[in-house]
Design a protein around this ligand. Structure first.
Ligand code: ATP
Ligand code: MG
Length: 403
């Protein structure tokens, strides 16, 4: 991608009202734009990051047998009445009427919709287990959508739902999802804390949250010293031991419902091996995809800008050419031929402006070609700040080790 063609360009100043680091840096860097409170456009750079995050999640969901699909975002009132959540979750749910006075909700989650699918399509134990997921927008009437993209009224989530023939099967799959979540967050670069919590409007039972330490986080977690285990305040109150108190961002949450809350209320039945009619054991598992992008920025930044981990960076290389346009063009074409994602600052802006922008945007490798570097290229790591002169061949080898 040529920077001259990228829409939009970075901004000199962060928005005046921005407090959170992710808000300032993602807006200044041209990753996102605010339409209204809690509502963001993911601009081309931001969408590239979100696509990387999505792909990591997709790979790990597929690896445990998850099947991707896509469910509607507008739901009839009747389905929410079946579980009582039309009333129970009314403060968080956007409820609306069409011109014929029919009532709908904008999706804030999809348990009811998946349970409806299960009761229509599952009849025997042979049809179980089922694990389906989608990436889609969630609407939530959040009272205070603050913290940049960490809390939106409209945001992107991955939600997985699973149904099983027994409580043991569910418990086993629940652990598998938990392991998959650890892999996902590790690949993204997070040091994640698995936190025992209460389930809110979702369940009366305990749930497991995945939390990333950051001052911008709205949650407080209580960490068992020397471990990556934690609990939230409600669970902590019943404990005796000494715990370390930290601010954190919840990036994922997994809910084991069992057969009561949804299956019983909506009639999610199957016929078991012994010929008996039973209720499916049900669970749901969320990851806030856009919140993850914000959390990455909260964790990985310095005073100059974002420091993207390689796995989710919008590009692998930020190529900056000073004067030597011909050589810049050649390297750009060569890197593209190798399959390396490169953002080439081909503009005629001054060196200072180009380099400041590269630091702000935070791509892991910056390559500078100039009169001073001759035929060689200056390599600078965004995270370690080290610079050295290398040949093009060496650049490719470092980025694609097996080439
Ligand atoms: P929170 O306690 O932060 O409101 P939640 O418990 O309501 O989160 P879930 O319903 O479990 O969240 O949703 C799954 C994931 O979606 C969360 O772990 C979080 O990463 C993300 N998420 C939840 N609410 C929002 C929001 N308003 N904006 C962005 N992401 C969100
Ligand atoms: Mg919430």
């Amino acid at each position: 991608m040529r920077y001259s063609q990228l829409f939009p360009k970075s901004l000199r100043e962060a928005p005046k009202e921005a407090v959170a680091v992710n808000h300032k840096l993602l807006v200044r860097g041209g990753f996102m734009d605010q339409l209204m409170a809690g509502s963001w456009t993911l601009l081309p750079l931001g969408w590239r990051v979100v696509t990387k995050i999505t792909q990591i999640i997709r790979e790990e969901m597929n690896a445990i047998g998850g099947q991707e699909m896509l469910m509607p975002l507008m739901h009839p009132k009747e389905i929410w009445n079946e579980t009582g959540r039309w009333e129970e979750a009314a403060t968080v749910m956007y409820q609306l009427k069409d011109s014929r006075d029919k009532e709908f909700a904008l999706s804030f989650t999809h348990e009811e919709i998946v349970m409806d699918l299960l009761r229509k399509h599952i009849s025997s134990y042979k049809d179980l287990p089922v694990a389906v997921y989608h990436f889609s927008t969630k609407f939530r009437n959040e009272a205070r959508p603050t913290g940049g993209i960490l809390r939106g009224r409209e945001f992107l989530m991955k939600d997985l739902y699973s149904a099983h023939a027994s409580a043991q099967d569910l418990a086993q799959f629940y652990e598998q999802v938990s392991e998959a979540y650890l892999k996902i967050f590790k690949r993204i670069g997070f040091d994640v804390y698995v936190t025992e919590a209460a389930g809110g409007v979702f369940t009366k039972g305990r749930t497991r949250e995945f939390q990333v330490l950051a001052e911008a986080g709205e949650d407080t977690i209580f960490i068992k010293p020397g471990t990556h285990e934690a609990c939230n305040r409600e669970v902590f109150e019943g404990k005796e031991a000494e715990y370390e108190k930290k601010r954190a961002i919840e990036v994922g949450n997994i809910f084991p419902f069992g057969d009561k809350k949804y299956a019983e209320k909506m009639g999610g039945f199957f016929t078991d091996k012994d010929g008996q009619k039973k209720l499916v054991h049900f669970a749901s598992y969320g990851i806030g995809v856009t919140r993850v992008m914000g959390a990455v920025v909260e964790v990985f930044h310095d005073d100059k800008g974002i420091v993207w981990p390689e796995s989710v960076a919008p590009f692998r290389v930020h190529l900056v050419n000073l004067q030597n346009y011909e050589l810049g063009f050649k390297i750009y074409e060569d890197l593209k031929k190798e399959g390396i994602e490169v953002l080439w600052d081909d503009t005629d802006r001054g060196a200072g402006e180009k380099l400041t922008d590269a630091d702000l945007i935070g791509i892991p490798v910056r390559l500078v070609v100039s009169g001073r570097t001759g035929e060689k290229i200056e390599w600078k790591g965004r995270s370690d700040g080290k610079t050295e002169l290398v040949e093009l061949e060496e650049v490719v080898k470092r980025i694609i080790p097996n080439s």
